[in-house]
Write a protein that binds this ligand. Structure first.
Ligand SMILES: Cc1cc2nc3c(=O)[nH]c(=O)nc-3n(C[C@H](O)[C@H](O)[C@H](O)COP(=O)(O)O)c2cc1C
Length: 545
């Protein structure tokens, strides 16, 4: 089946498109998945490259730390090394991603159950799951943070569980540590706003079930992969929303040994039973909050089958310190939810954009709200409170600012806070926030708090004192013609009005920039005045003031 006949691309189709767009680097040189693979891709996040230059990396010749060769290639960054790669998977431009999410959530499409599925081309069950080099140990699973992690860990997962009462499935991206060829340990967050799968686990425990059926999918079609990290209500079946994203039903097939539906075009499906009685230590593992998660008890899963495509490719997400593939995939998914919540659910019409701060803070802690200039103060504060309490584990620090501030530029944010905010009037702290996702999970009884800041302009300001856009553009042409180093313009790179500016000053500036400043001198001479203090304001629209 082709992407066109199916109605959506699978991972293989997606990689072909990335290759055509020069967004995929293929590494045929032998790479050690335990010590070299993730550190190599990590360089594109810590090596000073702009986001636009990041690529997906396909490794075709992989060995482990003992030199054992693996058959299945590994791809890192294929879903979200940057926004452009994500937008290829979405089949939409970066600007249209918000609208695509809004539409998919509002117009879900039921999946189609098929009997014959590529993910069942090879089936490994029973005794074949046991022993070194078999079962999970045949899968090319890299170590994410060599030097800290204690096992190869599945990161690019869509973990499927089912509510035993409603029979509605949930799909989340949760990590899983390999422990034996037929055993792994899954980590489902127990905090408020954590894993939907954990709620299913609690229900199974309550019913007295000793196990919970689970399917861990690796290498979903991109539209389905996007559902793993997305924060949708627990009873919203993610296959339907994925269908809404592509405008076609997603093909699903019944798993072999557990009663769950899995994506038919998946690369690999790991089926098994999660123990609801015993837990087993898992980690250390480098976490998406940027610190190493220390060992803790999580959920062991006994593998009952591994099914895969004959030509399976294993995806792995680079996560840990942001920016990372994990932070891009979440950012592009979560920002639209926040904007829709503030603009449509709370009807705060002046809200233009919500940005989750990414580098190091990793999206969960700092939320920037871009608000139209001149919005009533009460609406600004409704937006601040609305964003702060939309998700239980996000937005510890919320900052409201105007459209001229680039939320990805910390210097610009500090500039707005420094000149547009009066700490006594424009800052509030609110008690009783949960600790959320962070390195202090060991002390999760402690409460945290919330910081809200209104760094919007409270009135008109004089212009930003850079040459206006036409002068900067004219000079850029000269710069380029002179063959000087390539420029990477950083907003704000030209001056603009911030409200306090008069047409008379525009005219004077025009005269000055065309060599006619003497005319300006003749005009100002007419307004000479005595008996006043230096630095007394003069406004040419009201010269007598
Ligand atoms: C690379 C990556 C790894 C993640 N690891 C975990 C994890 O181990 N446990 C967890 O509960 N959430 C993890 N998350 C976050 C969840 O995927 C996210 O909260 C999502 O909303 C879960 O889906 P659910 O709401 O259907 O449970 C991870 C996300 C990404 C992108």
């Amino acid at each position: 089946m082709t992407a066109a006949s199916r109605g959506y691309p699978d991972l293989h189709d997606h990689l072909e498109t990335l290759k055509k767009k020069n967004l995929l680097v293929t590494v045929d040189e032998q790479i050690d998945k335990d010590a070299e693979l993730h550190p190599l891709v990590r360089w594109q996040f810590v090596g000073g490259l702009p986001e636009s230059e990041r690529k997906a990396f396909l490794f075709t010749n992989v060995v482990d730390g003992k030199g054992r060769k693996y058959e299945m290639p590994v791809v890192v960054g294929a879903i979200a090394a940057n926004r452009e790669i994500y937008s290829v998977g979405m089949g939409a431009s970066v600007e249209d991603i918000q609208a695509k999410w809004d539409h998919a959530i509002a117009h879900p499409i039921d999946p189609r159950v098929v009997n014959d599925a590529p993910c069942h081309e090879v089936i490994v069950e029973g005794k074949d799951l046991e022993g070194e080099g078999h079962g999970l140990d045949m899968l090319t699973i890299p170590i994410s943070t060599p030097g800290f992690d204690s096992s190869p860990t599945l990161t690019a997962t869509n973990v499927i569980t089912r509510d035993p009462d409603t029979l509605i499935q949930n799909m989340g991206t949760y990590r899983a540590a390999l422990k034996a060829p037929d055993r792994l340990v899954v980590r489902m967050a127990t905090r408020v706003g954590g894993a939907g799968g954990f709620q299913h686990y609690l229900k199974h425990q309550k019913r007295g079930d000793k196990t919970m059926p689970c399917a861990i999918v690796l290498g979903c079609p991109p539209s389905v992969a996007f559902m793993g990290p997305q924060k949708l209500p627990i009873d919203m079946d993610e296959f339907k929303v994925a269908g809404g994203l592509v405008g076609a039903p997603i093909n699903v097939v019944r798993a072999r040994t557990v009663d769950l539906l899995v994506p038919a075009e998946a690369e690999v499906v790991i089926e098994g039973l999660i123990d609801t009685e015993y837990l087993e230590p898992e980690a250390p593992f480098g976490e998406s909050h940027g610190h190493v998660a220390l060992e803790e008890y999580n959920m062991p899963m006994r593998i009952t089958a591994i099914t895969h495509r004959r030509n399976a490719i294993i995806p792995s997400y680079i996560s840990q310190v942001a920016p990372s593939e994990s932070s891009v995939i979440k950012r592009v998914a979560y920002e639209p939810l926040f904007l829709t919540h503030l603009r449509d659910t709370l009807s705060i019409k002046g809200v233009k954009k919500v940005s989750l701060h990414e580098p190091l803070t990793g999206l969960l802690r700092v939320t920037m709200i871009t608000i139209e200039k001149g919005m009533p103060r009460t609406e600004i504060w409704r937006a601040l409170h609305g964003a702060a309490f939309f998700k239980g584990d996000m937005s510890k620090i919320c900052i409201a600012m105007n459209e001229d501030i680039d939320p990805d530029n910390a210097d610009a944010i500090l500039w707005a806070m420094a000149y547009r905010m009066d700490p006594v009037k424009d800052v509030e702290t609110v008690k009783h926030r949960g600790q959320g996702h962070g390195p202090k999970r060991e002390s999760d009884d402690d409460e945290d708090s919330t910081l809200l800041m209104d760094a919007t302009m409270k009135g008109d300001f004089p212009p930003l004192a850079l040459p206006t856009k036409p002068y900067m553009e004219r000079a850029k042409d000269i710069w380029d013609r002179l063959g000087l180093p390539k420029l990477r313009p950083q907003p704000p790179w030209y001056g603009y009005s911030l409200g306090d500016w008069l047409p008379e000053w525009d005219q004077a500036a025009e005269r000055a920039a065309t060599g006619r400043y003497l005319e300006n001198g003749r005009i100002s001479a007419q307004y000479r005045k005595k008996g006043i203090k230096p630095e007394t304001k003069f406004r040419p629209d009201n010269p007598e003031g």
